[in-house]
Write a protein that binds this ligand. Structure first.
Ligand code: C2E
Ligand code: CA
Ligand code: CA
Ligand code: CA
Length: 279
């Protein structure tokens, strides 16, 4: 029974062991994912709230391991822990640059932004800027349409180094968004200290707006502070018309979520551009 301290200890021990075996298996498979061509980027559309038009996409990684989709919430944290994030993150960055050149070359498609995610581990590496410059030399996309999404947590460590890197990125022409805003430790004071173009309000705050005025007030405050600092705002995880209408009334700039579109492969994303009549 679970009351037997020795037995419950044993159960605990076995489940940890099983978990370790599982993550070792995933780790081994992930090591070969790039060579085996198992990774792909999908693109989730982002909408301008005022005009209703498509502004761009967020690129998200997908891993098809022998026909089975492994969710990023499983393999990204593992990749971060094991250092594999550098290889797959670099692959993702190059793939996004390649795709944006492809879109930039199609006269009918004029996207304002294509965002991709960079983990703290990648960003904090000394050669991060260099790896972007190398990728840009191979895939000379116009950086001003490319947005780098970073989480707040990574800015805490070495603030001065982070600020310098952000300035270099901006000199190269990239824009920078703070991802999952509101879920970290830092919050508002960061916005004035770091050269940031956009704030992405985390989905949890958007979901909580259904609770009523108090939760709506929090989202309104985030939008307000960002705008007063000259920073644009995008709301994540917008699923309902009610959420969209509240955000519109609070003058949120952009939305992303299942309401406007789910993440889709590059062929469907290209079709989405054409259908949404981006011009
Ligand atoms: P994220 O950067 O916050 O990405 C947003 C996540 O919310 C995506 O999950 C997206 O599919 C999901 N989402 C978007 N709209 C809605 C909605 O309306 N409702 C709900 N319930 N979910 C929505 P996904 O693709 O599973 O990615 C999960 C996380 O994995 C990402 O969160 C990001 O932290 C990480 N990730 C994904 N791709 C990459 C990548 O290329 N590099 C790095 N470093 N991390 C990545
Ligand atoms: Ca993101
Ligand atoms: Ca996010
Ligand atoms: Ca997230």
């Amino acid at each position: 029974s679970l009351r037997d301290p020795e037995q419950s200890f044993l159960l605990f021990d076995e489940s940890i062991e099983a978990e370790m075996r599982e993550s070792e298996r995933v780790h081994n498979a992930l090591r070969h994912a790039v060579q085996l061509d198992e990774l792909a980027m999908v693109y989730q559309p982002q909408q301008d709230l005022r005009t209703g038009s498509l502004v761009g996409f967020e690129a998200l990684m997908r891993w098809n391991n022998h026909g089975k989709n492994v969710p990023p919430d499983v393999f990204i944290p593992l990749a971060e822990k094991t250092g594999l994030i550098h290889g797959i993150g670099n692959w993702a960055m190059r793939e996004v640059l390649r795709q944006s050149i492809d879109w930039q070359n199609q006269p009918a498609i004029k996207l304002k932004q294509i965002a991709f995610n960079v983990s703290a581990q990648e960003f904090s590496r000394q050669d991060f800027i260099e790896s972007i410059e190398v990728a840009l030399a191979d895939y000379p996309a116009t950086p001003d349409t490319i947005q780098i999404e970073l989480t707040e947590s990574l800015l805490i460590d070495d603030e001065q180094a982070a600020i310098e890197k952000l300035h270099t990125l901006k000199e190269l022409g990239f824009t920078v968004a703070i991802d999952d805003f509101g879920t970290g430790y830092s919050s508002f004071s960061y916005l004035s200290r770091f050269p940031i173009d956009k704030l992405k309000i985390d989905r949890s705050f958007i979901t909580n707006m259904a609770n009523g005025e108090r939760d709506i007030a929090i989202v309104a405050a985030m939008i307000n502070v960002a705008h007063r600092l000259g920073i644009g705002v995008i709301a994540e995880g917008v699923e309902t018309l009610e959420q969209r209408d509240i955000l519109l009334s609070m003058e949120c700039d952009q939305i992303q979520g299942f309401l406007f579109g789910k993440p889709m492969n590059s062929v469907d994303a290209t079709l989405f551009c054409v259908n949404e009549g981006v011009s």
